[in-house]
Write a protein that binds this ligand. Structure first.
Ligand code: GP9
Ligand code: MN
Length: 647
């Protein structure tokens, strides 16, 4: 075989095939990537190819065979190191490497020492392609006479590798729409675009935000700071400290919209337990409360809750800015003696939570690994909410008190599948299976909340806790408007669409006798100050855009992430001003004064995130952290302004 003359580009072909197959074998043996169907398996198999064709193919542009071979060997070594680095990392962290992890000091374990414990000499097999290529270069007798490719042939080759990439991306898009704009999960990225492309994507995302960060300086915060400070309502005297010292349990009610609360579907009550709570003596219920999330869905709602900042207009801030400085609610509560945790029976890398939670200073993340998902305990996206609640309370009982535990539910999630035995009401009867099933999963979620209350009582945690619950975002998108129209019995105008962004918000303080229905118009941005004040913690120095919903000074002005807004009198949607009372179009002059401020508010918040501006802010004393030059520059500007006003 070694005597035989091999075609000119044999080494290149061997390299591509060897690294391609090795990568696929490593996917299958070293990572647990869930594959649900044959198409997903095919995408997984195909996904290393586009990049390998391209990168190895660059060798076609080198003249000398020696240089070509050296280049091919270098590519094989580098791709092997990348792949193997991920294997070693995955053994310890069950996650793929992302750039910030290499730079971030983390509380979840010491990266260096744990990685070295995950390396074995037998791991040499991960370099099998390097060995194969090396042997091929040494032993194969390559036809010396053959000519190099012509420029046209090289061009066709590059077109072929681009075609493979687009074919791959097309398949990924059908499997997971919007994957590249929203990121979702590292496992999903690796599964759909491949390990190597994933790293390029990661570098792109991280360097984009790093570049914006590098250009920003503390002086940008001056204007934002004065805006924020002038918009902070004072806490309500009655409610400030009403839950002081209690454990804080915040439940994210997955995809729960307000249109099911206190309503029936074909004569069946959808949320009986939550309906009772709206009338309960210890519960304050907010029927005019809106979600303000963007593409980052659940993670955006968490971002709003923790920081009282708006999420981004593009992408999920949990992915794009997980390395920023934040002053989260968890951090503040931690400083006030709370143990802080998140409980969520899903993979920890979803929405990049494992990274983001470090920046939010959340001490403990109980992900799916903390739960026992027994037979029949999982449906749709993963663990069912009822066993999740049961086990979560068990885990909570082990936490030092006072604690702040945030629970993320999952069953009421698109496409809203449920096991037969968990269907407590019938399906709806519209032309949308999604809406039809939604009522059933919402009913199941309601039952899970009841389970939570029962378990907390059984474990003796109830009395000493305050329970806050909020719907994270819509579950029924505008694609189902026709079915929604049938259910609501009215046309869905832009006004109605905005109304459908209402999500329930509950504050339950056991034994307080403070229950009532609070009609105040508010949004998720208001949760942080509202909750902190209930716990008796001041927030006046915090850089937050929301306000305490119990405060008399709270402004009824909710800005959606897409620029729509709601005030006490109007709804502005689809460039039309509506009257809140009638839902009819009204004079634009009523909305006009709010259009600019709405965009301004979103812009300010976005500039904080893009510039990582909170690194220039000391929330302990409410002071900006500026360099001498910045101080001088500001002073200059101030003097100039004063001079101008004198003139
Ligand atoms: C996933 C869960 C659902 O962990 O939070 O995310 P969503 O798709 O609703 O944003
Ligand atoms: Mn969600």
């Amino acid at each position: 075989m070694f005597k035989k003359e091999w075609p000119k580009h044999s080494i290149l072909a061997i390299a591509i095939i060897a690294t391609w197959l090795k990568t696929y074998i490593v996917y299958k043996t070293s990572f647990s990537i869930t594959i649900d169907n044959a198409l997903q398996e095919f995408i997984l198999f195909l996904n290393p190819l586009s990049l390998l064709l391209f990168v190895y193919g660059i060798s076609l542009f080198f003249k000398s065979d020696k240089v070509k071979n050296r280049y091919i060997m270098s590519v094989a070594i580098i791709t092997s190191i990348i792949l193997y680095g991920n294997v070693a990392f995955y053994r310890f962290f069950s996650d793929f490497i992302t750039l910030p992890v290499l730079f971030q000091t983390n509380n979840f374990g010491d990266l260096g020492s744990s990685a070295s414990e995950s390396i074995f000499w037998t791991d040499i097999v991960f370099f099998a392609d390097v060995i194969i290529i090396f042997v091929a270069i040494k032993l194969l007798n390559i036809k010396p006479s053959a000519k190099d490719l012509t420029a046209a042939q090289r061009k066709s080759y590059l077109i072929l590798s681009a075609a493979v990439l687009f074919f791959n991306l097309g398949l990924a898009e059908t499997e997971r729409p919007q994957l590249l704009t929203r990121s979702f999960d590292r496992e999903m990225l690796v599964k759909n675009i491949g390990m190597y492309n994933y790293h390029l994507y990661d570098i792109y995302i991280q360097s984009k935000s790093q570049a914006q960060r590098a250009l920003a300086d503390g002086s940008e915060l001056v204007e934002v700071n004065s805006y924020v400070q002038s918009n902070q309502p004072d806490p309500s005297e009655e409610m400030f400290g009403a839950a002081e010292g209690k454990n804080l349990i915040v439940v994210t009610l997955e995809s729960l919209q307000s249109f099911v609360i206190n309503e029936e579907m074909n004569g069946q009550t959808v949320t009986p337990f939550l309906n009772e709570l709206t009338k309960d003596d210890d519960t304050i219920y907010f029927p005019n409360f809106y979600h303000q999330t963007g593409l980052g869905k659940t993670s955006d709602s968490e971002f709003l809750l923790e920081n009282s900042l708006y999420p981004l207009s593009g992408g999920a801030v949990f992915f794009t800015h997980s390395g920023n400085t934040y002053n989260s609610m968890a951090e503040s509560l931690g400083e006030n003696g709370y143990h802080t945790a998140v409980q969520h029976a899903n993979t920890k890398s979803f929405w990049n939570r494992d990274m983001m939670y470090q920046s939010l200073n959340i001490e403990e993340f109980q992900d799916v690994e903390s739960y026992t998902v027994g037979e029949g305990d999982a449906v749709n996206w993963g663990m069912k909410d009822i066993p999740f609640m049961e086990q979560s309370v068990d885990l909570m009982a082990e936490m030092p008190e006072p604690f702040y535990s945030r629970m993320l539910t999952l069953t009421n999630h698109h496409p809203f599948y449920l096991d037969e035995e968990d269907m407590l009401i019938d399906e709806y009867d519209s032309n949308s299976g999604t809406l039809n099933r939604y009522f059933q999963t919402a009913r199941y979620l309601d039952e899970a909340v009841k389970t939570l209350f029962d378990e907390l009582k059984a474990k003796g945690l109830y009395e000493n806790s305050v329970i806050v619950m909020y719907g994270d975002h819509y579950g029924i998108s505008e694609n189902h408007n026709e079915a929604m129209q049938q259910y609501l019995g009215k046309e869905i105008t832009p006004y109605e669409s905005a109304q459908l962004q209402k999500v329930p918000f509950f504050v339950h303080i056991p034994g307080s006798d403070k229950g009532y229905v609070e009609e105040e118009v508010g949004g998720q941005i208001d949760m942080r100050p509202t909750i902190m004040h209930l716990l008796g913690i001041e927030t006046e120095k915090d850089m937050q855009f929301g306000g305490d919903l119990f405060s008399k000074e709270h402004e009824e002005f909710v800005v959606f992430r897409d620029g729509r807004f709601v005030t006490d009198k109007n709804v502005y949607a689809g460039n039309v001003c509506y009257d809140s009372e009638t839902g009819e179009e009204t004079d634009m002059a009523q909305c006009q004064p709010f259009i600019e401020p709405a965009l301004q508010e979103l812009d300010y918040s976005e500039s904080i995130i893009n510039g990582d501006l909170l690194r220039f802010y000391d929330e302990k004393n409410g002071q900006l952290i500026l360099t001498e030059e910045e101080e001088a520059k500001l002073e200059q500007e101030q003097l100039q302004k004063e001079a101008e006003t004198k003139e």
